[in-house]
Design a protein around this ligand. Structure first.
Ligand code: M6R
Length: 369
Protein backbone atom coordinates (compact mmCIF):
# COMPACT_ATOMS: atom_id res chain seq x y z
CA UNK A 1 0.00 0.00 0.00
CA UNK A 2 3.03 2.28 0.28
CA UNK A 3 3.73 1.64 -3.39
CA UNK A 4 7.31 0.50 -2.79
CA UNK A 5 8.21 3.45 -0.57
CA UNK A 6 9.25 3.08 3.06
CA UNK A 7 6.71 5.59 4.33
CA UNK A 8 3.43 7.10 3.25
CA UNK A 9 5.03 10.51 3.41
CA UNK A 10 7.67 9.59 0.86
CA UNK A 11 5.01 8.10 -1.38
CA UNK A 12 2.87 11.21 -1.05
CA UNK A 13 5.80 13.50 -1.85
CA UNK A 14 6.26 11.54 -5.06
CA UNK A 15 2.56 11.81 -5.88
CA UNK A 16 2.78 15.60 -6.00
CA UNK A 17 3.00 15.95 -9.78
CA UNK A 18 -0.34 14.12 -9.92
CA UNK A 19 -1.83 16.08 -7.04
CA UNK A 20 -1.23 19.29 -9.00
CA UNK A 21 -2.12 17.83 -12.41
CA UNK A 22 -5.32 16.19 -11.20
CA UNK A 23 -6.43 19.35 -9.42
CA UNK A 24 -6.17 21.18 -12.77
CA UNK A 25 -7.77 18.35 -14.72
CA UNK A 26 -11.23 18.87 -16.20
CA UNK A 27 -11.35 22.51 -15.17
CA UNK A 28 -10.60 24.05 -18.57
CA UNK A 29 -12.50 24.02 -21.86
CA UNK A 30 -10.92 23.36 -25.26
CA UNK A 31 -10.01 27.05 -25.61
CA UNK A 32 -8.05 26.88 -22.39
CA UNK A 33 -10.55 28.89 -20.33
CA UNK A 34 -11.32 27.86 -16.80
CA UNK A 35 -14.78 26.39 -16.27
CA UNK A 36 -15.89 26.16 -12.67
CA UNK A 37 -19.60 25.31 -12.98
CA UNK A 38 -19.02 22.96 -10.04
CA UNK A 39 -18.89 26.02 -7.77
CA UNK A 40 -22.58 26.65 -8.39
CA UNK A 41 -22.20 30.32 -7.53
CA UNK A 42 -23.50 32.71 -10.19
CA UNK A 43 -20.97 34.67 -12.21
CA UNK A 44 -22.64 37.85 -11.06
CA UNK A 45 -22.24 36.92 -7.41
CA UNK A 46 -18.56 36.18 -7.99
CA UNK A 47 -18.09 39.43 -9.90
CA UNK A 48 -19.62 41.33 -6.98
CA UNK A 49 -17.04 40.05 -4.48
CA UNK A 50 -15.06 42.93 -3.08
CA UNK A 51 -13.00 41.09 -0.48
CA UNK A 52 -11.72 37.59 0.21
CA UNK A 53 -10.88 36.10 3.59
CA UNK A 54 -9.08 32.77 3.73
CA UNK A 55 -9.50 30.69 6.89
CA UNK A 56 -7.37 27.63 7.63
CA UNK A 57 -4.91 26.09 10.10
CA UNK A 58 -1.35 24.83 9.90
CA UNK A 59 -0.08 23.91 6.47
CA UNK A 60 -3.42 24.83 4.91
CA UNK A 61 -2.99 28.36 6.26
CA UNK A 62 0.41 28.57 4.55
CA UNK A 63 -1.29 27.57 1.30
CA UNK A 64 -3.65 30.46 2.02
CA UNK A 65 -0.73 32.84 2.47
CA UNK A 66 0.65 31.86 -0.92
CA UNK A 67 -2.83 32.33 -2.38
CA UNK A 68 -3.06 35.85 -0.97
CA UNK A 69 -0.08 37.06 -3.01
CA UNK A 70 -1.32 35.38 -6.15
CA UNK A 71 -5.02 36.27 -5.98
CA UNK A 72 -4.35 39.91 -5.11
CA UNK A 73 -1.87 40.18 -7.96
CA UNK A 74 -4.17 38.57 -10.52
CA UNK A 75 -7.49 40.14 -9.48
CA UNK A 76 -6.68 43.21 -7.35
CA UNK A 77 -9.30 41.97 -4.88
CA UNK A 78 -8.04 42.39 -1.29
CA UNK A 79 -7.31 39.04 0.35
CA UNK A 80 -6.80 38.46 4.05
CA UNK A 81 -5.61 35.22 5.63
CA UNK A 82 -6.88 34.37 9.10
CA UNK A 83 -5.96 31.41 11.23
CA UNK A 84 -9.33 29.75 11.65
CA UNK A 85 -9.03 29.56 15.44
CA UNK A 86 -8.44 33.31 15.64
CA UNK A 87 -11.03 34.33 13.05
CA UNK A 88 -14.07 33.83 15.24
CA UNK A 89 -12.64 35.81 18.11
CA UNK A 90 -11.41 38.86 16.24
CA UNK A 91 -14.81 40.28 15.30
CA UNK A 92 -14.20 39.66 11.60
CA UNK A 93 -15.41 42.25 9.14
CA UNK A 94 -17.37 40.42 6.46
CA UNK A 95 -20.42 41.23 4.34
CA UNK A 96 -22.45 39.43 1.69
CA UNK A 97 -19.83 40.63 -0.79
CA UNK A 98 -17.04 38.84 1.12
CA UNK A 99 -15.93 35.47 -0.14
CA UNK A 100 -14.69 33.34 2.74
CA UNK A 101 -12.47 30.57 1.41
CA UNK A 102 -11.71 27.78 3.86
CA UNK A 103 -8.83 25.42 3.11
CA UNK A 104 -8.78 21.99 4.72
CA UNK A 105 -7.36 18.67 3.60
CA UNK A 106 -9.54 16.61 5.90
CA UNK A 107 -12.64 18.77 5.82
CA UNK A 108 -13.05 17.93 9.50
CA UNK A 109 -10.81 20.43 11.29
CA UNK A 110 -12.99 21.82 14.05
CA UNK A 111 -11.42 25.28 14.13
CA UNK A 112 -11.89 25.70 10.39
CA UNK A 113 -15.43 24.36 10.51
CA UNK A 114 -16.40 26.79 13.25
CA UNK A 115 -14.86 29.68 11.29
CA UNK A 116 -16.92 28.73 8.23
CA UNK A 117 -20.11 28.55 10.27
CA UNK A 118 -19.35 31.91 11.81
CA UNK A 119 -18.72 33.44 8.37
CA UNK A 120 -22.02 32.07 7.11
CA UNK A 121 -23.85 33.45 10.12
CA UNK A 122 -22.39 36.84 9.28
CA UNK A 123 -23.77 36.56 5.75
CA UNK A 124 -20.57 35.82 3.79
CA UNK A 125 -20.40 33.55 0.78
CA UNK A 126 -18.35 30.47 1.72
CA UNK A 127 -16.24 28.26 -0.52
CA UNK A 128 -14.43 25.20 0.78
CA UNK A 129 -11.15 24.06 -0.76
CA UNK A 130 -11.08 20.48 0.44
CA UNK A 131 -9.49 17.12 -0.32
CA UNK A 132 -12.10 14.83 1.23
CA UNK A 133 -15.40 14.23 -0.54
CA UNK A 134 -18.47 14.34 1.63
CA UNK A 135 -16.63 15.70 4.67
CA UNK A 136 -18.19 18.23 7.02
CA UNK A 137 -16.66 21.54 5.91
CA UNK A 138 -17.77 21.26 2.26
CA UNK A 139 -21.25 20.27 3.46
CA UNK A 140 -21.43 23.35 5.64
CA UNK A 141 -20.22 25.66 2.85
CA UNK A 142 -22.09 27.32 -0.01
CA UNK A 143 -19.70 25.84 -2.54
CA UNK A 144 -16.72 23.52 -2.81
CA UNK A 145 -13.65 23.32 -4.98
CA UNK A 146 -12.15 19.90 -4.39
CA UNK A 147 -8.42 19.29 -4.48
CA UNK A 148 -7.62 15.99 -6.16
CA UNK A 149 -4.55 14.92 -4.22
CA UNK A 150 -5.98 11.51 -3.35
CA UNK A 151 -6.04 10.26 0.25
CA UNK A 152 -3.24 11.69 2.38
CA UNK A 153 -2.27 9.22 5.11
CA UNK A 154 0.93 10.69 6.60
CA UNK A 155 0.16 13.12 9.39
CA UNK A 156 2.47 15.72 7.86
CA UNK A 157 0.78 17.29 4.90
CA UNK A 158 2.67 17.36 1.59
CA UNK A 159 0.70 16.62 -1.55
CA UNK A 160 -2.45 18.19 -0.10
CA UNK A 161 -0.47 21.43 0.33
CA UNK A 162 0.48 21.55 -3.33
CA UNK A 163 -3.07 20.68 -4.35
CA UNK A 164 -4.46 23.41 -2.06
CA UNK A 165 -2.18 26.01 -3.60
CA UNK A 166 -3.19 24.80 -7.06
CA UNK A 167 -6.91 25.02 -6.27
CA UNK A 168 -6.46 28.54 -4.91
CA UNK A 169 -4.60 29.50 -8.09
CA UNK A 170 -7.50 28.09 -10.11
CA UNK A 171 -9.96 30.13 -8.08
CA UNK A 172 -7.88 33.31 -8.42
CA UNK A 173 -7.34 32.84 -12.13
CA UNK A 174 -11.07 32.18 -12.58
CA UNK A 175 -11.93 35.42 -10.81
CA UNK A 176 -9.39 37.20 -13.04
CA UNK A 177 -10.97 35.61 -16.10
CA UNK A 178 -14.38 36.90 -14.99
CA UNK A 179 -12.94 40.39 -14.65
CA UNK A 180 -12.06 40.24 -18.37
CA UNK A 181 -9.70 42.51 -20.29
CA UNK A 182 -6.03 42.39 -19.39
CA UNK A 183 -6.85 40.47 -16.18
CA UNK A 184 -8.20 37.62 -18.30
CA UNK A 185 -5.28 37.74 -20.74
CA UNK A 186 -2.74 37.56 -17.94
CA UNK A 187 -4.68 34.73 -16.28
CA UNK A 188 -4.66 32.72 -19.51
CA UNK A 189 -0.88 33.03 -19.74
CA UNK A 190 -0.38 31.93 -16.11
CA UNK A 191 -2.74 29.00 -16.55
CA UNK A 192 -0.73 27.78 -19.50
CA UNK A 193 2.38 27.86 -17.39
CA UNK A 194 0.65 26.18 -14.47
CA UNK A 195 -0.05 23.18 -16.69
CA UNK A 196 3.70 22.72 -17.07
CA UNK A 197 4.37 22.61 -13.34
CA UNK A 198 3.63 18.89 -12.75
CA UNK A 199 6.41 17.97 -15.20
CA UNK A 200 8.78 20.33 -13.41
CA UNK A 201 7.96 18.79 -10.00
CA UNK A 202 8.65 15.37 -11.48
CA UNK A 203 12.02 16.58 -12.74
CA UNK A 204 12.81 18.14 -9.35
CA UNK A 205 11.95 14.95 -7.47
CA UNK A 206 14.52 13.18 -9.58
CA UNK A 207 17.31 15.42 -8.27
CA UNK A 208 16.85 15.22 -4.50
CA UNK A 209 19.87 13.00 -3.74
CA UNK A 210 21.97 15.83 -2.33
CA UNK A 211 19.11 17.02 -0.10
CA UNK A 212 18.92 13.54 1.38
CA UNK A 213 22.67 13.60 2.05
CA UNK A 214 22.50 17.02 3.68
CA UNK A 215 19.69 15.79 5.94
CA UNK A 216 21.63 12.68 6.95
CA UNK A 217 24.63 14.74 7.99
CA UNK A 218 22.41 16.98 10.10
CA UNK A 219 20.85 14.40 12.41
CA UNK A 220 22.38 16.12 15.47
CA UNK A 221 21.31 19.62 14.52
CA UNK A 222 19.40 21.45 17.23
CA UNK A 223 17.98 24.38 15.31
CA UNK A 224 17.33 25.31 11.69
CA UNK A 225 16.12 28.65 10.36
CA UNK A 226 14.19 29.26 7.15
CA UNK A 227 14.05 32.55 5.27
CA UNK A 228 11.82 33.52 2.40
CA UNK A 229 10.25 36.54 0.88
CA UNK A 230 7.07 37.23 -1.11
CA UNK A 231 5.52 33.80 -1.88
CA UNK A 232 8.72 32.27 -0.50
CA UNK A 233 7.80 33.51 2.97
CA UNK A 234 4.97 31.00 3.54
CA UNK A 235 7.23 28.36 1.98
CA UNK A 236 9.83 29.13 4.65
CA UNK A 237 7.13 28.82 7.33
CA UNK A 238 6.03 25.49 5.88
CA UNK A 239 9.62 24.23 5.77
CA UNK A 240 9.99 25.05 9.45
CA UNK A 241 6.68 23.39 10.34
CA UNK A 242 7.66 20.19 8.52
CA UNK A 243 10.90 20.04 10.47
CA UNK A 244 9.19 20.61 13.83
CA UNK A 245 6.58 17.98 13.13
CA UNK A 246 8.81 15.31 11.68
CA UNK A 247 12.22 15.73 13.29
CA UNK A 248 11.29 17.51 16.57
CA UNK A 249 13.93 20.10 15.82
CA UNK A 250 13.54 23.71 16.75
CA UNK A 251 12.82 25.49 13.50
CA UNK A 252 11.63 28.95 12.64
CA UNK A 253 10.53 30.53 9.42
CA UNK A 254 10.99 34.26 8.83
CA UNK A 255 10.27 36.81 6.19
CA UNK A 256 13.78 37.66 5.02
CA UNK A 257 13.07 41.37 5.41
CA UNK A 258 12.56 40.83 9.14
CA UNK A 259 16.13 39.64 9.66
CA UNK A 260 17.59 42.97 10.74
CA UNK A 261 14.55 43.63 12.93
CA UNK A 262 15.59 40.89 15.31
CA UNK A 263 16.22 37.35 14.04
CA UNK A 264 19.71 38.11 12.74
CA UNK A 265 20.78 38.05 16.40
CA UNK A 266 20.26 34.29 16.26
CA UNK A 267 22.94 33.85 13.63
CA UNK A 268 26.12 32.34 15.03
CA UNK A 269 28.84 30.32 13.37
CA UNK A 270 27.49 27.05 11.99
CA UNK A 271 23.79 27.95 12.29
CA UNK A 272 22.05 26.23 9.36
CA UNK A 273 19.71 28.53 7.42
CA UNK A 274 17.61 27.58 4.42
CA UNK A 275 16.92 30.48 2.10
CA UNK A 276 14.13 30.30 -0.44
CA UNK A 277 15.37 32.63 -3.16
CA UNK A 278 12.80 34.32 -5.42
CA UNK A 279 13.43 33.87 -9.14
CA UNK A 280 15.60 36.59 -10.71
CA UNK A 281 12.52 38.00 -12.53
CA UNK A 282 10.49 38.52 -9.35
CA UNK A 283 9.26 42.14 -9.32
CA UNK A 284 10.66 44.93 -7.16
CA UNK A 285 14.22 43.61 -7.19
CA UNK A 286 13.35 41.06 -4.49
CA UNK A 287 15.84 38.56 -5.83
CA UNK A 288 18.75 40.94 -5.24
CA UNK A 289 17.48 41.80 -1.78
CA UNK A 290 17.40 38.15 -0.74
CA UNK A 291 20.87 37.59 -2.19
CA UNK A 292 22.06 40.43 0.08
CA UNK A 293 20.39 38.70 3.03
CA UNK A 294 22.32 35.53 2.24
CA UNK A 295 25.52 37.54 2.10
CA UNK A 296 24.77 39.18 5.46
CA UNK A 297 24.08 35.97 7.35
CA UNK A 298 26.99 34.15 5.77
CA UNK A 299 29.32 36.94 6.86
CA UNK A 300 28.16 36.11 10.41
CA UNK A 301 28.97 32.44 10.00
CA UNK A 302 25.61 30.95 8.99
CA UNK A 303 25.69 27.76 6.97
CA UNK A 304 23.61 28.78 3.98
CA UNK A 305 21.42 26.17 2.30
CA UNK A 306 20.11 27.99 -0.74
CA UNK A 307 17.08 27.02 -2.79
CA UNK A 308 17.46 28.81 -6.11
CA UNK A 309 16.23 28.56 -9.66
CA UNK A 310 18.30 26.85 -12.28
CA UNK A 311 20.56 29.40 -13.91
CA UNK A 312 20.59 31.77 -10.92
CA UNK A 313 24.33 32.35 -10.63
CA UNK A 314 24.10 35.38 -8.33
CA UNK A 315 23.64 33.14 -5.26
CA UNK A 316 26.74 31.06 -5.90
CA UNK A 317 29.38 33.08 -4.01
CA UNK A 318 27.32 33.01 -0.79
CA UNK A 319 25.92 29.49 -0.76
CA UNK A 320 27.34 26.57 1.18
CA UNK A 321 24.85 24.35 -0.63
CA UNK A 322 22.69 25.16 -3.63
CA UNK A 323 19.54 23.18 -4.25
CA UNK A 324 18.30 23.91 -7.75
CA UNK A 325 14.64 24.08 -8.75
CA UNK A 326 13.30 24.44 -12.30
CA UNK A 327 12.53 27.99 -13.39
CA UNK A 328 8.95 29.18 -13.29
CA UNK A 329 7.13 32.50 -12.98
CA UNK A 330 7.29 34.10 -9.51
CA UNK A 331 3.75 33.31 -8.32
CA UNK A 332 3.97 29.62 -9.17
CA UNK A 333 7.36 29.05 -7.55
CA UNK A 334 6.05 27.67 -4.21
CA UNK A 335 4.89 24.49 -5.97
CA UNK A 336 8.57 23.80 -6.57
CA UNK A 337 10.53 25.48 -3.81
CA UNK A 338 8.70 23.68 -0.99
CA UNK A 339 9.57 20.23 -2.32
CA UNK A 340 13.24 20.14 -1.17
CA UNK A 341 12.11 21.30 2.28
CA UNK A 342 9.64 18.42 2.53
CA UNK A 343 12.32 15.97 1.39
CA UNK A 344 14.79 17.44 3.89
CA UNK A 345 12.39 16.99 6.82
CA UNK A 346 11.53 13.46 5.73
CA UNK A 347 15.17 12.37 5.62
CA UNK A 348 16.16 14.14 8.80
CA UNK A 349 13.33 12.36 10.58
CA UNK A 350 14.47 9.06 9.11
CA UNK A 351 18.09 9.77 10.06
CA UNK A 352 16.95 10.28 13.65
CA UNK A 353 15.06 7.00 13.57
CA UNK A 354 11.68 8.65 14.12
CA UNK A 355 8.23 7.65 12.99
CA UNK A 356 7.82 9.68 9.81
CA UNK A 357 4.15 8.97 9.24
CA UNK A 358 2.97 9.26 12.83
CA UNK A 359 4.92 11.97 14.65
CA UNK A 360 4.40 12.18 18.39
CA UNK A 361 1.50 14.18 19.83
CA UNK A 362 -0.13 14.84 16.45
CA UNK A 363 -3.36 13.67 14.85
CA UNK A 364 -4.12 13.67 11.14
CA UNK A 365 -7.28 15.65 11.61
CA UNK A 366 -7.83 17.88 14.59
CA UNK A 367 -11.51 17.55 15.37
CA UNK A 368 -11.42 19.30 18.72
CA UNK A 369 -11.06 23.00 19.35
O1 M6R B 1 -7.14 18.83 7.48
P1 M6R B 1 -6.67 20.26 7.52
O2 M6R B 1 -6.06 20.70 6.22
O3 M6R B 1 -7.76 21.21 7.94
O4 M6R B 1 -5.55 20.31 8.61
C1 M6R B 1 -4.96 21.52 8.99
C2 M6R B 1 -3.73 21.30 9.84
O5 M6R B 1 -4.06 20.62 11.02
C3 M6R B 1 -2.65 20.52 9.09
O6 M6R B 1 -2.27 21.14 7.90
C4 M6R B 1 -1.41 20.33 9.97
O7 M6R B 1 -0.76 21.55 10.17
C5 M6R B 1 -0.48 19.28 9.35
N1 M6R B 1 -0.05 18.36 10.36
C6 M6R B 1 0.72 19.89 8.69
O8 M6R B 1 1.63 18.96 8.24
Amino acid sequence: EKGGYDTFMEKEIHEQPHAVGDTLLGRTDEDGHLVLDELRISEQQLKDIDRITIVACGTAAYAGMVAKYAIEHWTRIPVEVALAHEFRYCEPIVSERTLVVSISQSGETMDTLMAVKHARDLGALTVSVCNTHGSTIPRESDAVLYTHAGPEIAVASTKAFLAQITACYVLGLYLAQLRGGSYADDAAAVLKELHQVPGKIEQLLGSMGRVREIARFMADTRSVLFLGRHVGYPVAMEGALKLKELAYIHAEGFAAGELKHGPIALIEPGQPVFIVVPGPDTPHGLHGKVVSNIQEIRARGARTLVIAQEGDTAVEPFADEIIRVPATSPMLAPLLTVVPLQVFALHLSTAKGLDVDQPRNLAKSVTVE
